[in-house]
Unconditional design. Structure first.
Length: 267
């Protein structure tokens, strides 16, 4: 496909052209094998914690293999975010600073039917040319048609209406790519996870990045702790949303600029 490149050859002019035409782009050879193994090992205990909560709250039926909100003090997430994969592309796409809206994962197993296999887009309202969110996927295993590579309806990021199922599957492209690839796509793009027909596990990280004023799915600064955030790098504070918080009371609101919850440069 004409929207697949090596990560080391990333070019913003090409990125613009491909995202406009297709709505999605693949960068291969982005993550090294050692880091991929570290991430995959982290998913096992993380899934156990989340699966117990899903079942206890009565929503387990269509959430098999889905993990939400992996931004934690331990494990891999802060290390991953600090590496700032595709930072230039996302800053360019969103025309300024960005923050993490959500970071999760999908463990795609044979015969499972999680909700991510439904045709969907990852933003509730169609925003057209006004870009407020971009999605990123990290392939932790090779993506093939047999193990459930994602369907993307190229060009559908320019259309508001959800495509009919028959039309979607007849015309959608598959994100067949190497382990360790990055897939970036416009949040307006219609897509669906494929079904895994193999006995092997197909794993991927799934995340969304937004303009800083866009509400996060989970309040990561509060979840991690304000004091914890003081010890993070400036880049991580930006990405995690520490610079675009909402004041809780008047004391937090009435502060000099350098101490305000919502910092300058956040849109």
């Amino acid at each position: 496909m004409k929207n697949k490149f090596n990560y080391s050859d990333a070019d913003l002019a090409v990125f613009d052209q491909v995202m406009d035409e297709y709505g999605w782009i693949i960068y291969e050879d982005a993550l090294d094998d050692a880091f991929i193994d570290e991430i995959r090992d982290s998913l096992v205990p993380a899934y156990d914690v989340r699966r117990k909560i899903q079942i206890a709250n009565g929503i387990g039926d269509n959430m098999n293999g889905t993990l939400h909100h992996l931004v934690e003090r331990e494990r891999f997430s802060l290390k991953f975010l600090e590496r700032k994969y595709c930072a230039d592309q996302m800053t360019h796409f969103l025309k300024g600073n960005y923050i993490i809206n959500s970071l999760g994962a999908v463990i795609n197993l044979k015969d499972e039917k999680p909700y991510v296999q439904n045709i969907h887009r990852d933003i509730r309202s169609f925003t057209g040319d006004f870009k407020v969110m971009i999605q990123m996927m990290i392939t932790l295993d090779e993506f093939t048609a047999e193990n459930g590579s994602t369907y993307f309806l190229s060009g559908s990021h320019k259309k508001d209406d959800k495509p009919e199922s028959d039309f979607f599957y007849q015309n959608a492209d598959r994100a067949n790519t190497k382990k360790g690839s990055i897939i970036l796509f416009d949040s307006n793009l219609w897509h669906a996870a494929g079904k895994n027909y193999t006995d092997a596990t197909r794993r991927t990280l799934t995340m969304a990045f937004t303009k800083p004023f866009f509400k996060q799915q989970l309040d990561y600064p509060r979840f991690l702790g304000y004091e914890f955030g003081e010890g993070l790098s400036d880049d991580l504070r930006q990405i995690l949303g520490y610079k675009s918080r909402v004041p809780e009371n008047l004391d937090e609101y009435y502060q000099p600029v350098e101490k305000r919850m919502y910092q300058p440069g956040q849109g």
